[in-house]
Each structure stands twice: as C-alpha cells, then as structure tokens.
Design a protein around this ligand. Structure first.
Ligand code: C2E
Ligand code: CA
Ligand code: CA
Length: 763
C-alpha cells in the first residue's frame, strides 16, 4: 500500500483516486491471504467444502469486479482492458461453474460451461495482448521485433520441456469438451507464455507502469495450468490443495495490473546493460534446452523452438553490431570537417565543453582565426584553389600546436584553437607564431599566395566560463583586430559594444512578455512518401515595436540568461495549443511541435501543467510533440529520462532536435523515451554537393529506423535534397523549399494550395 502511494507522489492522478485503488488492492490481497491460509491449513485432512469453496468463489470474483472497475476508470488502453476484463470474467465463471457443479452435483451443464469459459480465457487474453502489441507496432524496428520473437521462442522452448507430458497427452482419448480443454490448454498456455516472454524481451513494448505484475500473473496462471495438467495425468488431482489458489492469485495479479495501468510511469526505463538481459536470458534458455536435449530425451517441439531461438538470436547479434558500427561512423563523420579533415564546429563544442569541465582549474585560451581577404582568393582563382588553400592552412596550423591543444575549422575561413594551459602571454606568443607561419607564401596553381589572418583571443576562466561566451568574446576581439589591422588582440570589455544595448533589450523583453508581443509562426512537416502534412513546428517570434519581427536567435540567449525562459515557454505552449484547438474546429487537426530549452525542463511540474493545458482545450495528448535538443539529453541523462518518461507516459510525443550535433551513444538513444529524431540541417544542406554528407544522412536514417524512431530532415532548401531524402527512406521533411515558418493564417492558405498540388515539391 505504502509503496503504491508513495510511488504516485508526483503523478497526474488525484490522490483520492489512487487511495481508492489502494483499498481495492488491499482487499484483493487480504482475500488471497485468507484463501491461501485456509488451503494450507487443510494438510492431509478432508476438505471443508463450505469454507473452501465460499472463499474460493470470493477469491475468483474479486479480480473480475476490480478488472471492470479498472476498465470504467481507464482513460487510455480501454480496448486492452475490456478484453482483459472479459478474459478474467470468463476464467472466473469457469472456476465458479466447477465449484457449483461439484457442490450441487448438477453435472454436465456446469461442467460444460466450466470447460467452455475456461477455454475462452485464452483467446480473450491473447487478443488483449495482441491489441497491446498492435497499438505499439508503429515504428517497431526489426531489431526490437527480433528481440521479442527470440524472447517468445526462448520462453516457449523452456515451457515445452516442462510441459512435455501434458502436450503429448493430446492425442489420446475420445474427443469431448473436457478432453479438448485438457488437450488445448497446455498449448494455449505455451502461446500465452511465448507472447508474454516476447513482450518482456522486446523492452520497447510496454503495458503500463506495473506491467511486470501482468507478466507474473499470466505466468502464474500458466504454471497453475501446468501443475493441474500434471496432476490430472497422474490421476492425482484433489480439490482443496494450494494449487486451487494458483489461478486466483494469477487472476488477481492481472486485475491489479489493470487497476494500476492508468497510473503514470514512475521512473525511466532501465539503461546500461540491463536492457540486454532479457534477450540474453532467452538465448540462454534456448541453449539450455539444446544442452539438455543432448543428455536426455526432449520433445521435438522443444528442440525446434530452442533451435529457432538460437538462430534468431544470432541474427539479432549481427544487427546489433551493424547498428553500433553505423553509430560510430555517424559520430566520426559528424565530427570532422569534410574539406580539411580537422574537427568541425560540433567537435569543438563537445570537446571544449569536456575539456573545460575536466580541467576547470587550469587556464585555457581560445583563439579565433579569420583569414583576411580570403574571398578574393575564391573569386579570382576559383573555389577549388580556395579549398586547397584551406587544407594547406589547416596543415600548417596543426604543425604549430601542442598535443593537448585543439584545432577546429568552424566553417568558411574560420578556425578556432583552444590552447591548453595558456594565459594571456602564451596566447599572444602563439598568435604571433601562427601569423608568422601563415605569412610564408603557399604555392598553389603555380602562384605564390600570400595570406594573413586576424586572431581574437579570449581567456578562460577570467573572461568566460563556457565556450559560448568565450567564442563571443574572441569574436569581438577578432573583429577589432581586423578593423584595426593589428593582427591579433586579446578581448577587452571595451570591445563589447553590446553591453548597453543588451540592458535595454532586457527591459523591452520584460515588457514584451507582459504585453503579448510574442507571436508564434508555424512551419509544416511534410510526409515524404505521401506529401501530406500532419504536423507543424511552432517557432517563436518577437514583434518588436520599433525593430520589427525578431528571430529567436536575436533574443533567446537573453531570455535564457535573464531567467525568463519559463515564462516564454508557457506563452508559446498556450499559443500553439490554442491554435491547435482552432485547427481541430476547422476540421484539419495538426500536431504542433514546441521547442523546449534545457531550462524549461528543470521544472518538475511541467508534465502536469502541460496535461492541464491540453485538457482545458479538449485536445488529446498526441496533439503535442516536444522538441528537445540532443545537448540537453546528454548533459543530464537521469533528469532527462525522468521528465521525458513522465511526459511520454501521458501520450505526448518527444523529438530529439538538432540530432547529430551532440554525442548520443546508441545504447543511450535506444533507451530514451523518444519518438522522433530531427536531423540537424547542417547535414541536410550539404547532401546535394557532398557525397560524405549524403552517406551520413542515409546512415542516420537507417539508424533511426533500426531504433524504431521517425526521422525528420530539417533545412530542406531545394528539390534535390527533397528527392534524395525520399530515396534514403527518410520519413518527413521540413524546410524553406516546402514552406518558411509563417503565421497561422498564411499556413492555412499554404495548406490549401499544397493539397491542391500547386505547391511544387519535387525538383
Ligand atoms: P530549430 O528548433 O532547429 O528550428 C528550426 C529553425 O530552422 C527555425 O529557425 C527555422 O526557421 C529554420 N529553418 C527551417 N527551414 C529551414 C531551411 O530550409 N533552411 C534554413 N537555413 N533554416 C531553416 P528559427 O525560427 O529562427 O528558430 C531558431 C531556433 O530557435 C530553433 O531552432 C529553436 O531551437 C529555437 N526556438 C524557436 N522557437 C522557440 C521556442 O518557442 N522556445 C524555445 N525554447 N526555443 C525556440
Ligand atoms: Ca526545433
Ligand atoms: Ca533543429
């Protein structure tokens, strides 16, 4: 009891309703305890029919009542719960008919009813499980499906050994309903155990918070059947032994599961090695059966099941290795600059963050390099020469650096260097050395090219505690150096012309939040296979009274720094959901995706508040998709996992934004409660002219699919990219080629034109 109540502490259900559930569960457990105590106290003496069967009736009836209560209370999974309740009812009717038949000695009518309704339990419960699986089939990957099949076969192969006598008994005797029951039951049990084992091993399939209770209940039920069949075969079954309680306990657990299935999820799914445990266990079971078969006689059925388990398990291993390899490729490709082979901006971000976090006490200097007049090289000698020059510059720079220094190409003619253990003096010395090195002419296309570079320097920790502020300051210093032609310059606060302006903007921002100056624009996400639009992304804009419409990049940093992100998130969510509700009224329901920053996710009450916002507008949770950056997911895994699980449990879907820019590992991604990956536009944009970028996108798409996730490509700017994405099997696309982010009215007009096919999508 206690445990249930505490576990529900932060959940979305009112406490009174969980308390009521708690009392029901207590009642079930109490009746079971009494029943078991009475059965156990019989010992070898005779059976007290009245008490026995009285309490037996009660123990079988309570689960039925509880199951139906659960069905009435349920908000989700209604279909499964109705089927489950029907199954439990049917089994209980069967049990009770036996008792009455026995009691009243009324004979065949009751016995017939008993057999029929006990048999009916199986198709009903299998249908409930099938529905549960079917509802989650979307995006179920081959790997996950294989895990499930391996788990199911493994469990079945073990059971086939245990139940061999019951399964073999099938063929003998005349065919009556009760002999049919005896014949069919073990097979049906085998099937139920296989399905339950499969669900357990797949890990992706879930059935509510306490679904382990359902699994235990069904396994116990099957175990009681097996024991019963064994005793019947030996001619040793007697009413009034502990075995009688087996079914009641099984059904009670199923009922408890049904009751708690609407409780929100408590904790994130297991991570680390644990997820692999069940498939491994199934393979071990299969192997065990085969080893056993080499020692003693084991049925063909068991051997066949075990062999299939092993074969599929090895296929599964191959798939797992392929995924790991893909992830490694993706990570390597994602981190290197195509042209120079140096680490790129992404790599700089991850590595510097790591370096700053690890050696927070040491000094560092960030140098930002920008070539002077590089554009002239490109314009007069062509891009090929320009590219070659960048490669050579990359080589020269690397030659100057120590083993602990970091060099990255940020893009264009910009490079960054993080000097390890360097203060102002060391940084200036290095800047001088770099300028000298680059001053030596390069020979290219038969011409001696003289280059020069401007370098801005920012010092850690005194000038900035993180890469973003260091880069910003180094950038300002670099511009100053370029403007004054001084070559290099260490940042000074006088370089920062934005200080005053920022303060004014901050003041204006507070007013903006109050006076409703924020608006939301929408950008459609197009289904690549059909061209249909089912969802949009909500993107905030600031209608500034004097500066016009401002993009998020112009104010989000400030919002974050000034602690206003929480308020902004709330405003955007409210506006986006209002709009979603209007679209429903117009008869064109669209899912809206809202971006959440890391700071918005600190708020533990977020899931509850979002739930209330959805309910207030009568919207199903599936209307909302939340986009969360990979960076946040990686920076605080436990918290991310916890809050995302709680959000997703309510039916809200989760997308990983800017995918590819972070450092997700395959195992981690796989265990995250997410639905969608949004491939960062930096990959998509280079796809058309860069074979490596194309390979990367294709590989990312198959990776997403192997994890059972939907892949959305961002930044689709032309028809070529669009067609390529179709070829790679990408699911959805978003980008200027289709539609820019626009106000809702404009989006509605675009949707009409798009549906009429007048919007050109293909190239
Ligand atoms: P994002 O989540 O990656 O959003 C996609 C951005 O890419 C949008 O920029 C969109 O206008 C832009 N975009 C879409 N298609 C193309 C294309 O084909 N080419 C190019 N070059 N760009 C394209 P926007 O609206 O300026 O938003 C920038 C970022 O600001 C967003 O990036 C998101 O991280 C953040 N943001 C926007 N709205 C919100 C919000 O309400 N809350 C929070 N926390 N962040 C927001
Ligand atoms: Ca986004
Ligand atoms: Ca994005």
């Amino acid at each position: 009891m206690r445990r249930f109540e505490r576990a529900n502490g932060h959940a979305g259900l009112p406490p009174a309703s969980t308390r009521a559930d708690g009392w029901l569960i207590a009642a079930i457990l109490l009746v079971l305890a009494v029943y078991i105590a009475i059965l156990a106290s019989h010992g070898a003496e005779g059976v007290d029919a009245l008490t026995d069967e009285g309490i037996g009736l009660l123990a079988n009836t309570i689960p039925v009542v509880v199951c139906w209560i659960a069905t009435v209370k349920a908000r989700r999974m209604r279909g499964q719960l109705i089927l489950t309740a029907l199954a439990v009812t049917s089994s209980a009717v069967g049990g009770i008919s036996y008792v009455i038949g026995d009691f009243a000695e009324a004979g065949s009518a009751f016995v017939w009813l008993a057999g029929a309704s006990q048999l009916l339990f199986y198709p009903l419960i299998l249908a409930a499980l099938a529905l549960l699986i079917y509802r989650q089939l979307r995006g179920l990957s081959l790997a996950v499906a294989l895990d499930g099949v391996v788990g199911g076969l493994g469990a079945a192969s073990m059971l086939a050994v245990v139940m061999a006598p019951a399964l073999d008994a099938a063929a003998t005797g005349p065919l009556t309903l009760s002999s049919l029951t005896m014949v069919a039951m073990p097979w049906l049990d085998l099937l139920v155990v296989a399905v339950v084992g499969g669900i357990a091993a797949s890990r992706t399939l879930t059935a509510g918070r306490y679904w382990a209770v359902l699994v235990s209940g069904l396994l116990l039920f099957a175990a009681a059947d097996v024991a019963f069949a064994g005793q019947i075969l030996d001619g040793g079954y007697r009413v009034g032994t502990l075995l009688d309680a087996g079914w009641a306990v099984g059904l009670s657990l199923v009922a408890i599961w049904a009751l708690t299935s609407r409780w929100p999820a408590a904790r994130a799914r297991a991570t680390g090695l644990w997820p692999l445990a069940l498939p491994a266990l199934s393979s071990a079971a299969g192997l065990g059966v085969l080893v056993l078969a080499s020692q003693v006689a084991v049925s063909d059925l068991a051997i066949n099941l075990a062999t299939s388990t092993m074969l599929l398990a090895s296929l599964r291993t191959v798939l797992a290795f392929r995924d790991v390899g893909r992830m490694a490729d993706l990570r390597r490709l994602a981190r290197t600059d195509d042209l120079t082979g140096l680490p790129n901006r992404r790599a700089l971000y991850t590595d510097v963050r790591l370096s700053l976090a690890l050696g927070a006490d040491g000094r560092r200097a960030l140098l930002l390099l920008d070539l002077d007049r590089f554009k002239e090289v490109n314009d007069s000698l062509g891009h090929d020469v320009g590219d070659e020059l960048l490669v050579l510059i990359g080589h020269r720079l690397s030659g100057r650096l120590g083993s602990k220094d970091l060099l990255a190409r940020l893009g264009g003619d910009e490079f960054a260097i993080l000097l390890d253990n360097a203060g102002r003096q060391e940084a200036e010395v290095m800047a001088g050395a770099i300028r000298d090195a680059l001053a030596v002419p390069f020979t290219l296309a038969g011409i001696a090219l003289q280059t020069s570079v401007s370098i801005g320097i920012a010092l850690f920790p005194e000038q900035g505690a993180d890469l973003t502020s260091l880069l910003r300051k180094a950038d300002m210093a670099m511009y100053k150096a370029k403007a004054t032609r001084t070559g290099h310059r260490v940042y000074r606060s006088a370089d920062d012309s934005h200080g005053e302006a920022r303060l004014r903007t901050l003041q204006e921002l507070r007013v903006a939040l109050h006076e409703d100056q924020l608006v939301v624009h929408y950008q459609p996400k197009v289904q690549l296979t059909t061209g249909e639009v089912h969802g949009v992304e909500a993107l905030v804009r600031w209608e500034h009274p004097s500066r016009g419409t401002l993009a998020p990049a112009q104010f989000l940093d400030l919002v974050e720094e000034s602690g206003l992100m929480h308020a902004l998130t709330q405003i955007v969510l409210a506006k986006a959901l209002d709009q979603a509700a209007r679209w429903v009224l117009q008869g064109r329901p669209l899912t809206v995706a809202v971006n959440l920053s890391a700071s918005a996710l600190i708020d533990v009450e977020l899931p509850q508040r979002i739930g209330a916002m959805l309910r207030a507008r009568g919207l199903p949770a599936s209307t909302l998709l939340l986009e969360i950056t990979e960076e946040f997911l990686m920076s605080d895994r436990d918290r991310a996992n916890d809050i995302l699980s709680r959000l997703r449990e309510t039916g809200i879907r989760i997308a990983v934004d800017d995918f590819g820019t972070g450092y997700s590992s395959l195992a981690y991604l796989r265990d995250l409660p997410i639905d969608e990956l949004k491939l960062d536009r930096s990959f998509v944009q280079h796809m058309a002219d860069d074979a490596r970028a194309a390979a990367l996108v294709s590989s990312a798409v198959s990776l997403a699919h192997s994890l059972g996730l939907i892949m959305v490509a961002e930044g689709v700017e032309d028809g070529v990219a669009y067609d390529e994405l179709i070829r790679y099997g990408c699911d959805q696309a978003q980008g200027y080629h289709l539609c820019r982010p626009v106000p809702s009215g404009e989006l509605e007009r675009w949707l009409v034109r798009h549906r009429e096919g007048s919007v050109v999508v293909r190239s």
